[in-house]
Design a protein around this ligand. Sequence first.
Ligand SMILES: Nc1ncnc2c1ncn2[C@@H]1O[C@H](COP(=O)(O)OP(=O)(O)OP(=O)(O)O)[C@@H](O)[C@H]1O
Ligand SMILES: O=C(O)[C@H](O)COP(=O)(O)O
Length: 407
Amino acid sequence: MAAFNTLDDLADGQRVLVRVDLNSPVEDGVVQDNHRFDRYAETVRELADRDNKVVLMAHQGRPGRDDFVSLDQHAEILEEYVGKPINFVEDIYGDDAIDAIEALDAGEILLLENTRMADDELPEKAPEEHAKSDFVQTLSPYFDAFVNDAYSAAHRAHASTVGFALELPAYAGRVMEAEYEYNTGVAERARETEGQVTMVLGGNKSEDVISVVNNLGDAIDTFLIGGLPGELFLRAEGYPVGMDVGDMDLLDDQWEETKDTLEDLVENRRDEFELPTDFAYEDAADERAEIALADIEEKETGYLDIGHDTIESYVPIIEDSEAVFVKGAVGVFEDERFADGTVELIEAIGRTDCFSVVGGGDTARTLSMYGLSEDNYDHISIAGGAYLNALTGQELEAAEVLIEQAN
Ligand SMILES: Nc1ncnc2c1ncn2[C@@H]1O[C@H](COP(=O)(O)OP(=O)(O)OP(=O)(O)O)[C@@H](O)[C@H]1O
Ligand SMILES: O=C(O)[C@H](O)COP(=O)(O)O
């Protein structure tokens, strides 16, 4: 159990400033609905139902990138899930924001503009430094309490994630509470598990996978590797995969950065991981086609999923496991044709009576996209970088601040 104060410790009927993480994919300027909205809606609804005046802070994208947009669309999406109106103000801590905060009645909800539009927000600084910023100093006097629910941004020491906790009584929201409990100490939990412990690793960053393999090697019995890292591990074994072809720009730079470590891993720790034996790709008719690794003489196309032979060899390992953790999708699950690997492995985990945590950036979306019931898993993480940090035993600064403030 986490050592921070939670919503169970918070009195009702207060003015609460709440940090959530609604950071979402943005396609052509349109914010994409995702699992974060329904998760945070639970905390927001609970606070509103308890007669609090609820003011939400969140970020979207980073300055200079296409996904750095206003939170006006987020307010509309969140409203659907909360089932109550969400007012939005295009301001963070100026007069318009203060007026909107003061106008709130008990049970009403207000979302402030993208926190990363404030100059004070982004530099990574110590909580004490952030607490002195205009942003934190201006807003704090209008609140009785600060609730940090943004677990997935807890690895960022930004004003809104670490500053307010020093100025106001600080509490963890429901998402923070659950994510912290399940994602922290995975290594310890895995070591304590008596039977087989397995981890599915995919996604598109081999550095992440290497970091997990290096940090959890003594705790995990078998790593089932897919996604782009799967190809890169095989390249390290000398197979003609794991390089960019055509106009791809996904693998060669990663190979240059990680090849020494990958070669070392396949040479010295090969018995700890399973690698794909076949791949799926898009054929000339735009259909899913598969090729065995042994038949690949030269890479001619991008591989977008593990093949069915690989799935069939990975599933029994999952079925024999006492605990299974997932970090990253083993294929481009966003495209139905290339979702088989990710979906079938996650399904196998769901029907196996093991302890399970499924996470990694977008991976949680697989469940809602393909109609898998969350009830079959112990925990679904909606965090990306923070989940990786937790898995690899690194502290999450914003969670640490909450713990320090509670003690
Ligand atoms: N073979 C592949 N080729 C291209 N992209 C892939 C492949 N396999 C997986 N991906 C992509 O990797 C992306 C990242 O997946 P996911 O979010 O599950 O991993 P992650 O490593 O946790 O990333 P994040 O940094 O977002 O947390 C997905 O959008 C998926 O489409
Ligand atoms: O989406 C995330 O992982 C978090 O919101 C953190 O976003 P960032 O990587 O842009 O800081």
